[in-house]
Design a protein around this ligand. Structure first.
Ligand code: C2E
Ligand code: CA
Ligand code: CA
Ligand code: CA
Length: 280
């Protein structure tokens, strides 16, 4: 097995040369992964521009397969959505995240470090009882709901009325709502009217073009006008260079996320980063 780059999974196994078989095998493995303890959650800082202070973190799922090693969520999340195991996997992630947020809230109060974003898939949003389940998990952990941000995609929310209802339900519970990968899905500005959006995450594909005179940079700049007017926080995703960070700040962005600032890391590692050090 090998990763062919771009997050695509290429699995050259002569005994199993049909993509569908590989999918089925991996899907079956994923169903067991939770019970076998193969999953873990890592956290990537979302920072303030221009200084890079931590404003929150995004929880990202990791799977270490016993034979194939680390498999990208870009591969196994779509698989989990297809075979339905995303319900169980997503439930597990949400519980880990809420526990971690509660621990950080205990340590830092309602300060930025305890703000955790979690990705919620379309399938989870459509699952009857999802909002009630979230309410129960958040209440059981005693975590302040506004410390948790649910990241949903435009496509997920536009898909069905049930998904939009669920997002409204999460908002009513006091969770914050982020529109993820903004601009890459079935974009509809009416979503910013119909859906209670607190945060808009501007996709990396736009951020990539911000340092050149490009259509992307025009869009990145225009989104600041829209989000500022609507009192929505804008987060630039996938920032990899100082030059990009500088341009984004100049364009009015207050928040960014990307390898230039920090890579995803374990909760313990992030905790060390957050621990107040000696005053310089
Ligand atoms: P996403 O929600 O857009 O998450 C951001 C992805 O971009 C992460 O990839 C992160 O590691 C990566 N990234 C961050 N900064 C940079 C950068 O500067 N450059 C580049 N090239 N990449 C950067 P990751 O962790 O591989 O996750 C991929 C996708 O899988 C996520 O995209 C999300 O759609 C999905 N995913 C991950 N964890 C979960 C989860 O717990 N639940 C659900 N439903 N989906 C998840
Ligand atoms: Ca996300
Ligand atoms: Ca809200
Ligand atoms: Ca994203």
């Amino acid at each position: 097995a090998k990763n062919a780059g771009g997050g695509r999974w290429a699995w050259f196994d002569p005994a199993m040369d049909r993509i569908a078989d590989q999918d089925a095998k991996l899907g079956a493995d994923l169903r067991q992964a939770v019970a076998r303890g193969e999953l873990r959650v890592v956290y990537q800082p979302i920072v303030e521009l221009p200084d890079g202070g931590i404003a929150g973190v995004e929880a990202l799922l990791r799977w270490r397969h016993p034979e194939h090693g680390e498999i990208s969520p870009a591969v196994f999340i779509p698989l989990a959505e297809r075979n339905g195991s995303i319900i169980e996997v997503g439930r597990w992630v949400f519980e880990q995240v809420v526990k971690q947020a509660a621990a950080w809230q205990h340590e830092y109060g309602d300060l930025a470090p305890a703000r955790v974003s979690v990705n919620v898939s379309a399938r989870q949003l459509r699952e009857p009882g999802f909002v009630a389940e979230v309410a129960a998990v958040v209440a059981a952990a005693g975590v302040e709901p506004s410390l948790i941000t649910a990241e949903v995609t435009e496509t997920a929310v536009l898909g069905t009325g049930a998904a939009l209802d669920a997002v409204r339900g999460l908002n009513a519970l006091g969770l914050r709502v982020a529109l993820d990968d903004f601009g890459t899905g079935q974009s509809s500005l009416s979503l910013l009217v119909d859906c209670p959006v607190d945060v808009l995450k501007v996709d990396k594909s736009f951020v990539d073009g911000v340092t050149t005179a490009s259509p992307q940079s025009v869009i990145v700049e225009s989104l600041i006008t829209i989000t500022a007017g609507l009192r929505i926080q804008a987060v630039a995703e996938g920032v990899e260079t100082a030059d990009q960070a500088h341009r984004l700040h100049q364009a009015g962005y207050q928040y960014a996320q990307g390898f230039h600032f920090a890579r995803p890391m374990s909760g313990a590692e992030l905790g060390k980063l957050l621990r107040p050090g000696p005053v310089p």
